[in-house]
Each structure stands twice: as structure tokens, then as C-alpha cells.
Design a protein around this ligand. Structure first.
Ligand code: 5GP
Length: 424
């Protein structure tokens, strides 16, 4: 890749100005591997390419889930250890999220057993300073030393947690436990002139601990290298094999499981409701089909539709838009072993009360009844997300955004009165 002048240099990467874009830099991952704040250093030929490959795959997954990262392109070509990222001002804090106790946590808390579960996850902050061995900082210290504002720190903490949950989900699908994870952030200017916090730096096999089947003896990450006093060439070869395995495994993170939603409406007059569900599903990246099939008027046709849909490749979730009797939901539910979400149209007109009173489904029917079209889409996404990390991540980010909206509304409404005198 064409590069401008060097901008900065770290222990394992070099940053160059992008030759054409002032708002972008090129990150070139090096073949070095270090531990003990740079005290131990070795070279593993090809590690830079594996680091760029792993980071690019992870940032692409996180971008697809809707998380703000600095990643723009590159890093995924076979012989390419370079990626293009948005230029940002780095915040010198390592944010560590821990799912189970390991590493430096055990040294600081010798009374805790390795592998003890943190629920909720534990978030810790470390100030980046090799000379002082990256001391742990409290949130108060970070704000007092003006490393980040309280709002930035809250955003960093939330995004670090979401990143952990998304990567934990991806690893769990491969029966690997994500033990802990380190991420870093940068700030950039938005088009509106404000600043925005972005996930930055790299997330590669140096950034986490991962234990297949939850077994520390089978670890795949950089801890293997940290544990070697003076690694031989053959030991370094063993480390490289793990990095290759991880880059290959990470390639599967974004693979879609091919799940989809079949929306079945009892009448063409339900189409606007179906459109709202379809739009919400598309926003979550879930393919969907729409059919009209009435349980009363076309039972044989409706059954054939369900049978056809069930035999398609990929997991299916049905959303039924039932009429006043809600019979379609019970009908589809009895015909398929797949999940059914009933989302009846409740108008303000004369049928509204009747539909509400008929929402009790007959016994033996397992449909979930959801009234808002957007919530029906979210319920379907939760089911499909079990098998699809992008969908899982989008649900998580959607829920996070709605929590944030509530908290921001509360802050606006419960703020001090305009003249600043409470009760005046
Ligand atoms: P610990 O604090 O237990 O040593 O590390 C916690 C997590 O952060 C681990 O997943 C570890 O790999 C990661 N980590 C800690 N320090 C660094 C660092 O300087 N660079 C990178 N890449 N990861 C780190």
C-alpha cells in the first residue's frame, strides 16, 4: 500500500499518514511479539500479517453490529499486514473487561481462584505508561487527570462491555471461553463539530485470553508466549501456529447462519403492518419473506406455505399477523416445529377490543404474542441471534441505544431549572 510519512510507532505496529486522505492513517502490524512492557521481545515471521488479518476481521464484525470503530478497510489480503483506519487522537487508557478471573487480577487478588466468574463483567482501567508498568487507574483519576471526560469514559465502558459480549458470543459458538479482553479508544471530530469516541488500536490475539472448552491448559492466545522464560525457535513456531489457528477461527465470526423470518398475514389489508415488521427486520440485517395465507379461507394453501418455508435452508422464525380471531397464529404454530410470534394488528377501530380479548391462544400453542411490529422483529432477532453473532450484536446495540435514549431523556427532563434555582 502507498504510504505517507511515519506518524507514530508502538511496540508491535507503525502508523503512517494515508497518502490521499488527511482523516486516515495506515496501521502496519509488525512481526514483533513482546511481553513485560517490552522487556522480552522476539520476532515471529508472518505475525504482522496474522495480527492485521485478525484485527480486520474483528473490527468488520463490530462495525457490522453497529459499534463505532476506527477501521475503514484492508488487513485481509493474504500478504497484507496493513489496514486503513480513521485518524483519531488516542486516549491513553487500556480498558480491560473480565468475564472470569485470570492474569493480573489474580496477582492483585490472591484470595480469588483462577476462573472465578464475574457477574456482571468486571471493567478495569490501566493508564498506558510502560515506565510505570501501566498502573491501574480509577474512573475518578481518569477524569481528574483530564484523560477523558465523564461522558467519554461512560461511553468507553459501555462500548468495551458490548465488544466483550459480542466477541464472547462469537467464541462461545466455537466452544471457546473469552476470559478477558483489552481495548483502547480514540476520539475524532464528527461532521457536526463535536467529538466522538471510537474503538481504536487493534484487537488481535495479543488482546485477550481465550480458553477452548474453558480449559486454561488449552489456551490459544499470547499468554502462551508470556509464560515462556526464553522461548526457543521451536516454541516460537508453536506460538505462531496458535496465531494462525486464531486468525482462521475468527474468519467464521461473521458467517451468517442463513436464518430468516417468514411473515404470514391473514389478509392483504395487513400489508402496512407487515411492512413495518419487515423494515425493522431489515434494519437488524435479517432477510424476510411476506406471504398472504388465511387460516379460514385457504387452510390447505396456508399449510403448504408453512411446509415449503420449513423445508428451506436456514433457521426460520414465523411472524403471523392474525385477524380478529388470531386463529392464524394457532394454525401456523400447530403446523411447524419452528418458533412463531403472533403480532396482531390492534387498530383503534371497533376490532381493537375484540383482538385484545382473543390474544389468549388455545392450550398446546406456544406462540409468543407481541403487539408492536418493531418488538416482533426484535423478538425474532433474539431467537436467530443464538446462532448468528452479527444479529446477536445488533440486538445488543439496539437495546443499548434504547437504554441510552431513556437515560438521556431523564437527564434532560430532570435537569436543573433554566434559572438554576431548584424550586424557584
Ligand atoms: P492482565 O491485566 O490480566 O494482564 O490482562 C488483561 C487482558 O488485557 C488480557 O486479555 C491481556 O491479554 C490484555 N492486555 C493487558 N495488557 C496488554 C497490552 O499491553 N497489550 C495488549 N495487546 N493486551 C494487553
Amino acid at each position: 500500500m502507498n504510504k505517507g510519512p511515519e506518524v507514530a510507532r508502538g511496540k508491535t505496529k507503525i502508523l503512517y499518514q494515508h497518502p490521499e486522505r488527511r482523516d486516515a492513517v495506515i496501521v502496519s502490524s509488525q512481526d514483533s511479539i513482546t511481553a513485560g512492557d517490552g522487556a522480552k521481545r522476539n520476532t515471529i515471521k508472518g505475525k504482522g500479517r496474522l495480527a492485521a488479518l485478525t484485527t480486520a476481521r474483528i473490527f468488520r464484525l463490530l462495525n457490522a453490529c453497529g459499534l463505532p470503530t476506527h477501521y475503514l478497510s484492508g488487513g485481509e489480503d493474504e500478504d497484507d499486514n496493513e489496514m486503513v483506519v480513521r485518524r483519531c487522537e488516542m486516549i491513553p487508557i487500556e480498558v480491560v473487561v473480565r468475564g472470569v478471573a485470570a492474569g493480573s487480577y489474580l496477582k492483585r487478588h490472591p484470595e480469588v481462584k483462577e476462573g472465578s466468574v464475574f457477574a456482571p463483567r468486571l471493567v478495569e482501567y490501566f493508564f498506558k505508561d510502560d515506565a510505570r508498568h501501566d498502573p491501574q487507574y480509577t474512573a475518578e483519576q481518569i477524569v481528574a487527570e483530564k484523560l477523558a471526560t465523564p461522558l467519554e469514559l461512560a461511553e468507553m465502558t459501555d462500548v468495551a462491555r458490548l465488544t466483550f459480549e459480542i466477541l464472547s458470543h462469537a467464541w462461545k459458538r466455537q466452544d471457546v471461553l473469552l476470559v478477558d479482553l483489552k481495548v483502547e479508544f480514540g476520539r475524532t471530530a464528527t461532521d457536526a463539530g463535536a467529538t466522538q469516541v471510537l474503538l481504536a488500536d487493534v484487537i488481535d490475539n495479543d488482546s485477550w485470553r481465550i480458553w477452548p472448552a474453558g480449559d486454561p491448559k488449552r489456551m490459544l492466545d499470547k499468554q502462551l508466549y508470556r509464560n515462556m522464560a526464553a522461548p526457543t525457535d521451536s516454541q516460537l513456531g508453536g506460538v505462531k501456529e496458535k496465531y494462525e489457528e486464531v486468525a482462521e477461527r475468527v474468519a467464521h465470526f461473521q458467517k451468517s447462519a442463513g436464518g430468516f423470518v417468514a411473515i404470514i398475514m391473514g389478509s392483504a389489508s395487513d400489508a402496512p403492518h407487515a411492512e413495518r415488521i419487515g423494515k425493522a427486520l431489515s434494519n437488524l440485517g435479517i432477510p424476510n419473506t411476506k406471504h398472504v395465507a388465511s387460516a379460514h379461507k385457504t387452510p390447505v394453501y396456508a399449510l403448504a406455505r408453512v411446509e415449503q418455508t420449513d423445508s428451506a435452508m436456514g433457521h426460520v422464525v414465523y411472524v403471523t399477523i392474525a385477524g380478529r380471531s388470531n386463529a392464524l397464529s394457532a394454525f401456523v404454530d400447530a403446523a411447524t416445529p419452528n418458533p412463531v410470534i403472533a403480532c396482531p394488528v390492534i387498530g383503534t377501530g371497533w376490532g381493537g377490543m375484540e383482538i385484545l380479548s382473543s390474544l389468549q391462544l388455545p392450550s398446546g400453542v406456544a406462540s409468543l404474542v407481541v403487539l408492536e411490529p418493531e418488538n416482533a422483529a426484535l423478538a425474532a432477532a433474539k431467537i436467530l441471534g443464538a446462532d448468528d453473532t452479527v444479529v446477536f450484536g445488533r440486538v445488543l446495540v439496539t437495546q443499548y441505544q434504547s437504554r441510552k435514549n431513556v437515560i438521556e431523556s431523564d437527564a434532560r427532563l430532570s435537569g436543573p431549572p433554566p434559572n438554576g434555582k431548584a424550586g424557584a
